[in-house]
Design a protein around this ligand. Structure first.
Ligand code: HSE
Length: 292
């Protein structure tokens, strides 16, 4: 018998909350998993399915294996079906969804031995941080700290009326590349800049002070370095704010640009930011999302 799980996309950082803050969004990947007589059979379909490994390097499989090891579950063979709805290598948490999906499905096959929190910590240790895996598992906005063993977090649901508009270039960007471009050291004043913004961001989102998001999602830790890989970034930021977005930032490691705006600004934001991509001849997709 196959077990089936559905896991949401997520957007990490929200500007200054690097490796800490993330929000679940209503795009999903669906994973079915079951034991078979022998071997490993992985079937993939949906968004960017050609980018998904169908060997032992598949992330859903690697995550499942961690659970089978931890729960000492014996099996002969495994079948995995992935119906992907989250663009790969785009900064929308496709890896986190694969890890959480693989772990949830494997845990169900193992008889539900691991707790929710054990799955979260196992997933965070695979990623090294919890900003995508926590919202992928919990839903909602998650403010997290992963100390290498344990994830500390607070979750909050955000209203559906708050729209998250994702502009996703078709060119994929490996997280590894977008992390390797970050400096080893930063200026003290940049660190101070970010602690202030990140604190305000959390307070603003928890209290519904969306008027503060423009300032609160500013960042000096990672976006300016990553803009070298995403040359359209600042032009998109400018257009989104001009069009009335509350805030705009790089989604995760990019290249997706995420704008937060009220329902009535969606059309204008999509129109204005799209011009940047069209003018530069960049193939892109737009996803109109909300917190899930
Ligand atoms: N916080 C991570 C980053 C998200 O910005 O690199 C991608 O794993």
């Amino acid at each position: 018998d196959m077990v089936k799980v559905k896991v949401p996309a997520s957007s990490a950082n929200l500007g200054p909350g690097f490796d800490s803050i993330g929000v679940a969004l209503n795009l999903y990947t669906e994973i079915s998993m079951g034991f078979i007589e022998e071997g490993l059979l992985i079937e993939v379909s949906g968004e960017d399915y050609k980018e998904i490994e169908t060997t032992e390097n598949n992330l859903v499989y690697k995550a499942a294996k961690k659970v089978f090891e931890k729960t000492e579950t014996q099996y002969e063979g495994l079948k995995i079906e992935i119906k992907n709805g989250i663009p790969i290598g785009s900064g929308l948490g496709s890896s986190a969804a694969a890890i959480i999906g693989g772990m949830l499905a494997a845990n169900e096959l193992a008889g539900g031995i691991l707790t929710h929190k054990e799955i979260l910590d196992l997933a965070a240790s695979m990623e090294g941080h919890a900003d995508n895996v926590a919202p992928a598992l919990n839903g909602g906005l998650n403010v997290t700290v992963f100390d290498g063993n344990t994830t500390y977090y607070v979750k909050k649901e955000l209203e559906e009326e708050l729209k998250f508009i994702a502009f996703t270039p078709k060119k994929l960007l490996k997280t590894e590349i977008a992390r390797n471009i970050l400096p080893q050291k930063i200026d003290f004043k940049d660190a101070v800049f970010n602690t202030g913004r990140s604190s305000l961001l959390t307070a603003a989102l928890f209290s519904g002070r969306y008027d503060l998001l423009k300032i609160a999602s500013q960042d000096m830790l990672h976006q300016k370095y990553r803009s070298k890989l995403i040359p359209e970034m600042y032009a998109c930021f400018e257009k989104a704010l001009e069009a009335g977005a509350y805030s705009v930032f790089l989604s995760g490691a990019g290249p997706t640009i995420m704008a937060i705006c009220p329902e009535e600004k969606v059309k204008r934001v999509v129109y204005e930011v799209s011009k940047v991509y069209i003018d530069r001849g960049i193939d892109y997709r737009v996803y109109k999302l909300h917190c899930e």
